[in-house]
Ligand binder design. Structure first.
Ligand SMILES: [Zn+2]
Length: 328
């Protein structure tokens, strides 16, 4: 059994561990116990909820999710995935007293959990990463979808868990952000380092967001459900890439000047625009999206020169996209 330790984990490390999870297979694909459990925990981390829960609460919440979203015939048995994830070093069990059972003996296993009622949750470093990193959340969601949801639609589960939401891609601890909002006074509206204004987004970071947008695009292609034209996770990944690429400045080469102010979160006042709207066949991809200040965005949307601007922006978006991929 792998022990969960306190070594910080990286997004890549976590994605790699998800790729190596062992799962029982059915005729149509792997069992969904572990992805449902992990996605539930990602949602909890995203909302800043406590890492661990008493067994009764875990059993109730996960049992409900397994009944509702067990698309491959999963039974409402949270003890299965909790034990498996514990074995993979991704889940902690506290107050379990005796050694955790190693065999999947059905009645025996249930009895063990009923007797010991362990307080449990995501391993601490995993929870810490998922609480603060938007990239980690989107990458983990997508890794689980890639690995377990081939041929299935994961969106009802993601919606139920509050993860089908563009804010999932934003960095930051939501509990802390809420506290800061309350205590911030008007003259403290500019943090020293505005998070969205980092001018030095590396090619690697840019590529990672592009890759996440592309993988969501790819998984949508196989399914063709009506709502896939708008996927908040894909859009959010593409948007993060474009904002990073922009360095906090309007990407219109003819921009007459953007506001110097920043948002309450410290982000530059920029809007990310699809050069060609999705409804008209545009693509949710950084190569076809551009960061614009409110003035340029208004001109592009309502100005008499909008069609001419669209052609300019199409070229600018494509060029800046390639430039960023090539950056050292
Ligand atoms: Zn502008």
């Amino acid at each position: 059994m792998a022990s969960s330790d306190l070594t910080p984990v990286t997004t890549d490390g976590l994605v790699d561990r998800i790729g190596r999870l062992r799962a029982a297979r059915t005729a149509t694909g792997p069992r969904l116990y572990q992805p449902i459990t992990l996605l539930w925990a990602v949602g909890r981390a995203f909302r800043g909820e406590p890492r661990t829960l008493p067994w009764e609460e875990t059993r109730a919440a996960l049992g409900h999710l397994l009944s509702r979203h067990g698309l491959r015939g999963e039974r409402p048995r949270p003890d299965y995935p909790v034990l498996a994830l514990h074995g993979a070093g991704l889940w902690t069990l506290h107050g379990s007293g005796d050694a955790v059972p190693s065999a999947h003996g059905d009645a025996e296993l249930r009895r063990w959990f009923d007797v010991h009622r362990p307080v449990s949750g995501l391993a601490e470093p995993v929870h810490a990463l998922l609480r603060t990193s938007g990239e980690a959340r989107v990458a983990v969601v997508q890794a689980l979808v890639d690995r377990f949801y081939d041929g299935l639609d994961e969106t009802p589960l993601l919606e139920d868990l509050g993860l089908y939401d563009a804010a999932v891609a934003d960095d930051g601890d939501r509990t802390q952000a809420r506290t800061q909002d309350r205590i911030r006074t008007p003259d403290q509206t500019r943090p020293a380092t505005p998070p969205g204004a980092d001018p030095l987004v590396t090619a690697a970071q840019y590529e990672r967001w592009c890759a996440l947008a592309e993988r969501r695009e790819e998984s949508a292609r196989g399914r063709r459900t009506a709502r896939l034209s708008e996927d908040p996770l894909r859009s959010a990944a593409a948007r993060r890439a474009v904002l990073g690429r922009s360095g906090g400045r309007c990407e219109n080469p003819r921009c007459a000047g953007q506001p110097d102010d920043v948002t309450d979160r410290g982000d530059p006042i920029l809007e990310v625009d699809h050069v060609l709207e999705l409804a008209r066949g545009g693509r949710d991809h950084p190569s076809q999206m551009i960061a614009l200040c409110p003035n340029c965005h208004a001109v592009k949307t309502r100005g008499s020169t909008r069609e001419e601007l669209r052609a300019v922006f199409r070229a600018v978006a494509a060029e800046r996209h390639l430039d960023h991929l090539r950056r050292p």
